[in-house]
Design a protein around this ligand. Structure first.
Ligand code: ADP
Length: 255
């Protein structure tokens, strides 16, 4: 993948749910350093595509490769270790844990360790925990969450909770971040902040694919947009190219 610059390749993927073909031979290639937008009317297969890419669903046909490996049948946990992170349409933060602990859990998951490390006191463990804490603080700082470090996420405004979710996904330093409707429920100022955050994530070396309904956000963030309708890719190109494509106008008028 280093030679071709391709990070994610979805080839002729179909996903069938009983009588419904949610994805119909979808092909999509994402290069390192892209911010790709995936748009389409409700029910067009956007979230299903994310679920197939991230291993939550298995494709009925076709193949997926990520970071140079065939990941068509890979499980979510394996993909996460390989550098794929995602957020969900509905928030999935851990209750009972503070904001800092949510980040710490994500950092901890990125390192292999055994029960032995917890069962037996070792001089290395304390140093390691101090290291994790410093990293968590750095992430809290980077995402403007320092003031909320000790808070219960569910007590915080919705926009902040969404930011925590992105910070947690980024704690694993993923190669690819999938964002499922990151602007949903955000106010105008929060959307502007999100745009800055996504740009800085890309600038730090993580490729981003985002599903979004907010066309303003997609238009200003993405160099390239893929449009789905009824499980098929009906257009792909720059924001200017896709908004003027007759297939796209028709699909949205029918929504
Ligand atoms: P979008 O994200 O574009 O709104 P989805 O990918 O959520 O679309 O859904 C595409 C189609 O697949 C919809 O008709 C939806 O009802 C169906 N679908 C999604 N997930 C499942 C599932 N687990 N079982 C059955 N049908 C599903």
């Amino acid at each position: 993948s280093a030679d071709t610059g391709v990070l994610l390749s979805v080839e002729a993927v179909s996903k069938q749910f009983r009588g419904l073909r949610a994805l119909d031979e979808v092909t999509l290639t994402v290069h390192h350093g892209e911010i790709r937008g995936v748009v389409g009317p409700n029910g067009s297969g956007k979230t299903t595509l994310f679920n197939v890419i991230s291993g939550f669903y298995r494709a009925t046909a076709g193949s997926v490769s990520f970071a140079g490996s065939d990941t068509t049948t890979a499980r979510p946990y394996t993909l996460s270790l390989a550098g794929l992170a995602r957020t969900f349409q509905n928030l999935r933060l851990f209750g009972q844990l503070t904001v800092r602990e949510n980040i710490l859990v994500a950092l901890d998951r990125t390192r292999a360790h055994t029960i032995w490390q917890y069962a037996v006191w070792q001089p290395g463990v304390l140093a390691r925990e101090r290291g994790l804490r410093a990293q968590a603080d750095e992430i809290l700082e980077r995402y403007g969450l320092v003031d909320f470090a000790e808070a219960d996420p569910s007590s915080l405004p919705y926009g902040i909770q969404r930011r925590i979710e992105i910070a947690r996904a980024m704690a694993a330093r993923p190669r690819l971040l999938l964002l499922d409707e990151p602007a949903a429920g955000l106010n105008g100022e929060e959307v502007q902040q999100l745009i800055r955050i996504v740009r800085s994530i890309r600038d730090s070396g993580t490729t981003v694919v985002l599903i979004e309904h907010n066309m303003g956000l997609v238009m200003s963030l993405c160099e390239k947009i893929t449009v789905l309708s009824s499980g098929r890719v009906i257009a792909e190109g720059t924001p200017q190219e896709v908004v003027s494509a007759p297939e796209v106008i028709e699909a949205y008028l029918g929504d």
